[in-house]
Design a protein around this ligand. Structure first.
Ligand code: ADP
Ligand code: TRP
Length: 355
């Protein structure tokens, strides 16, 4: 079962169901998913098992899964062209996660940047030394730093390898996880003397991975940063957020260097406005005639052009539970077909056979 009928490269990506999607998720991941759907065999999922690693309220999990699905569809993912599914609907993933964990070292997991960040936050450690290891092996941390968080990269590698994905469109922050996936694939192949797994790569249409900045002058728009513009934001909320964006006192001399908060506005503008609009404001900055109020109005206008139609569709689709169930039921069926073929092979290779 090698997908021989499909010559197209296999694409796989997912987003955790931890809340509404923001412009960072949109430009870093979702808009790429949409652009890739015509040319590849795409499989996109909602990573609800990964969301469990940070202990969300059980009541919210189900709602968040539906919300992300509605946002996928509203942004333009076509269930006829793609396999759209929920991670927990594919139990083969959990089974292969157990198998792959036998070939993953605790040390390499503990050295992963995302684990160290989350563990440090959970334990209230501010320094960068070896205190994490001591704290973790010491007492009282069982609840806060769970084994699921540690083995997050194993689960992500399984998501990718079980679908035999070639390309994985993700933002820059996910590249280390992808590197681990490649390492696990190589290790499995060499341990069992096979060439079963291929090594997946990130995909950015030949360009640099996108990093969408925050409007508070900070480097990154993110849920935990609390500086997000959401696809679901209504017009008034969105305008208010943009008008409140941090700037500076304005240029005093021609061609003055641009401060970080203002550069962030230009970066956002480059994503949502036409090049001539960006040039207009760059020129206005250079000759000191810029009025940040006007620039922000323009920016809000251009963001709304993208987000408002998506927002309307989210609201429509979000209320249609029957449609959402139909989409994921079909998606799960296809995803399981691919996954069970891989799992069968992997078990065979590892020597787990029926008596
Ligand atoms: P968050 O950082 O808000 O928790 P996730 O970690 O769930 O978002 O990220 C989901 C996807 O969106 C990933 O592919 C990630 O790389 C991308 N992403 C998130 N924030 C940004 C951002 N500010 N710029 C670019 N891509 C981003
Ligand atoms: N770790 C990813 C994130 O936080 C989500 C994810 C889980 C994923 N499994 C994946 C992304 C497989 C791509 C492929 O955004």
């Amino acid at each position: 079962m090698e997908n021989k009928e499909e010559k197209k490269k296999i694409v796989l990506s997912g987003i955790r169901s931890t809340g509404n999607l923001h412009l960072g998720n949109y430009f870093g991941a979702l808009s790429k998913f949409v652009k890739m759907q015509d040319d590849y065999d795409c499989r996109y999922f909602v990573a609800d098992l990964h969301a469990l690693t940070t202990h969300p309220d059980p009541k919210m999990i189900h709602e968040n899964v539906k919300q992300i699905l509605a946002e996928y569809l509203a942004a333009g993912l076509d269930p006829e062209k793609n396999t759209i599914f929920v991670q927990s609907d594919v139990p083969e993933i959990s089974e292969m996660y157990l198998l792959l964990n036998m070939h993953v070292g605790i040390g390499e997991l503990m050295r992963t940047a995302s684990f160290k960040d989350k563990a440090r936050k959970a334990l209230g450690i501010t320094s960068d030394g070896d205190e994490i290891e001591k704290e973790i092996i010491g007492n009282n941390t069982n609840q806060r730093v769970n084994a699921g968080l540690l083995t997050y990269p194993t689960l992500m590698a399984v998501d990718i390898l079980i679908q035999k994905a070639d390309l994985v469109p993700v933002g820059k922050d996910q590249e280390q996880h992808l590197e681990l996936t490649r390492r696990f694939a190589r290790r499995f192949n060499s341990f069992y003397k096979t060439d079963y797994f291929t090594e997946p790569t990130n995909f950015n249409f030949g360009g640099e991975a996108v990093k969408v900045p925050g409007l508070d002058g900070s480097g990154k728009m993110g849920k935990s940063e609390g500086n997000c513009i959401y696809l679901i934001d209504d017009e008034k909320t969105l305008r208010k957020k943009v008008m409140r964006a941090v700037t500076d006192e304005g240029p005093k001399e021609p061609n003055q260097p641009v401060s970080q908060p203002v550069e962030n506005l230009f970066t956002l503008m480059a994503l949502v406005s036409g090049p001539e609009v960006v040039k207009h404001y760059r020129d206005a900055y250079a000759d000191c005639s810029i009025r940040y109020g006007d620039m922000k109005k323009q920016l809000a206008e251009d963001i709304l052009k993208i987000t408002l139609p998506i927002r309307e569709r989210i609201l429509e689709i979000r209320g249609d539970d029957e449609y959402l169930s139909k989409v994921v039921a079909r998606g799960a069926e296809r995803a399981r077909e691919y996954a069970s073929a891989t799992l069968r092979d992997v078990k065979e290779i590892m020597g787990i056979r029926k008596v």
